[in-house]
Design a protein around this ligand. Structure first.
Ligand code: CA
Length: 501
């Protein structure tokens, strides 16, 4: 080809020059396309299981030590009003994968509970979807089409073996199964689940040593993925099992917290504190690896949780405390749904700042897609809202990218909605809406409503429903309309229920 061009050039005619220009243009365009694929931002999405809003130092934890995550927050944007789309595992994870409301997906309870609603309570919850449908387009599938290497490590909990990460756009799956938690955090990660006869295991983690700890091991696996993908853009879905039950950690780490807890401390569980510390150390290892590979500057790191902290007892001890928020996992009070969210995009103006915009885990899908289709050099226009190349319209979420440049920006959304038509030790079936500082909960057993102003009453202690009947009617109408719009499944009265005398 060059020879041909030279000959044509030599001939001096216009057609020949045009050919040369066209050839060069094709070459340059091709190089440009290649460069943009190579320059795509890497995405590391760390989803911690059951991490409470107040469990991290940068969110006010008093006993837990999380220097690495606190540093991540100082170098990124920390969100104060981030919500999981659901108060339990699977639905929130489905919302992250698809960008859709769990209620719209008919995935409102965790996998194991989806097919066996309780029949001894005043309401019978709906049977819900156990498997994330293959027809749903996950964020991994969209990223794969953009040339990403996609890796899932750790907790999946979105369906049976025919719906594992390998069927939902992930090149790599290490440890992801239908189970929501390991039997034990210690190698070989096998044993009976809780008090049941079910034997659980974590596949894909051979050749461990006695005493090896799952959170460390999953990071080892992630580091291997980073090392092997560093030449290509990658999406690492780092779904740590920690800090879910079983509450287990190496004795030497637990020992450091035995004296730190005390009657005046918010956090009281030294083993849980140790799990949080080990999580933090592993986040440090991942970040350090990005630095050593020289790719930290073009890697966005997102850290969040799938639901609020677990406040029930485990092995005789209360697990965590979401104070100042009310309640915990399972509940639609803030403690069940408000979660940490930190996003570090190196080189952004907003780094080190705090964002108070309410966000939803459902937004992460559009956010990641937005980041993936920008390049590490492109500066987004904060006034632009969702960038037009993001097909967020097909989902229920919004890109949070404008907030990463300007945390004072306002997302084009007035309400957040939640729907949990199930029971949990912390709740009866309930829906909720947040609009501005106002939050309304509607409980289905007796259709009572509660209204709180989160600006004055973050702990949801003062029910203002009687003082604001018009606001209650307005929020209730919006909540009902949303439930109709997304075809939310509802519980039904249980004709066989007999209250205990
Ligand atoms: Ca969870």
């Amino acid at each position: 080809m060059p020879r041909c061009n030279t000959v044509v050039l030599g001939s001096g005619n216009r057609f020949g020059r045009l050919l040369v220009v066209l050839s060069l243009a094709v070459l340059l365009l091709g190089a440009g396309r290649w460069a943009s694929a190579a320059e795509r931002l890497n995405i590391v999405l760390i989803v911690v299981d059951d991490l409470g809003w107040a469990d991290l130092g940068c969110y006010g934890a008093d006993v837990h030590r999380t220097p690495a995550i606190d540093r991540l927050a100082r170098r990124g944007v920390r969100f104060t009003d981030a919500y999981a789309a659901a108060p339990v595992c699977s639905p929130t994870r489905a919302s992250i994968m698809t960008g859709k409301f769990p209620a719209r997906l008919h995935m409102t309870v965790w996998f194991e509970a989806s097919q066996r609603p309780p029949t001894n309570l005043p309401l019978i919850p709906p049977r819900t979807r156990a498997n994330l449908p293959l027809a749903e387009e996950t964020i991994a599938e969209k990223l794969k089409r953009l040339g990403y290497v996609t890796a899932h490590i750790g907790k999946w909990h979105l369906g049976d073996a025919a719906h594992y990460p390998e069927t939902q756009g992930f090149d790599i799956n290490i440890g992801g199964t239908f189970w929501g938690a390991p039997a034990t955090f210690f190698y070989p990660y096998r044993g009976r689940w809780s008090n049941t006869k079910e034997v659980r295991y974590v596949p894909g983690l051979p050749f461990g040593q006695p005493g090896e700890y799952l959170t460390n091991r999953l990071t080892d696996e992630a580091i291997r993925v980073l090392e092997q993908s560093a030449e290509k853009p990658f999406f690492l879905h780092m779904a740590y099992h920690t800090v879910h039950t079983p509450i287990e950690a190496p004795d030497e780490v637990v020992a450091r917290y035995r004296d730190a807890v005390g009657p005046r401390k918010r956090h009281q569980n030294p083993t849980y504190a140790a799990m949080v510390e080990i999580l933090d150390r592993n986040v440090a290892r991942l970040l350090d690896k990005l630095d050593r590979l020289g790719i930290a500057e073009r890697t966005v790191v997102i850290l969040t949780s799938d639901n609020g902290g677990y406040i029930n007892r485990h092995r005789g001890m209360r697990v965590t405390n979401n104070a100042p928020l009310r309640s915990g996992k399972g509940s639609l009070y803030e403690g069940g749904i408000r979660v940490p969210l930190i996003i570090r995009w190196p080189g952004r103006a907003a780094n080190g700042r705090v964002c108070r915009q309410p966000t939803l885990s459902t937004d992460l899908h559009a956010t990641i897609l937005d980041l993936a289709t920008s390049t590490s050099d492109a500066v987004p226009d904060p006034s632009a809202g969702n960038t037009p190349h993001t097909p967020a319209s097909a989902t229920d979420g919004l890109s949070l990218v404008p907030l990463l440049t300007n945390p004072e920006a306002t997302l084009p959304r007035k309400q957040l909605f939640f729907h949990y038509p199930h029971y949990y030790p912390t709740t009866t079936p309930v829906s909720a809406i947040r609009e501005g500082d106002w939050k309304l909960l509607e409980f289905f057993e007796d259709l009572r409503v509660e209204l709180y102003n989160l600006a004055d009453d973050l702990g949801e202690q003062h029910n203002l429903a009687d003082q604001h009947p018009q606001r209650v009617a307005d929020l209730r109408r919006k909540l009902h309309r949303w439930r109709r719009d997304v075809s939310a499944q509802m519980p039904v009265p249980n004709p066989d229920f007999r209250p205990k005398p």
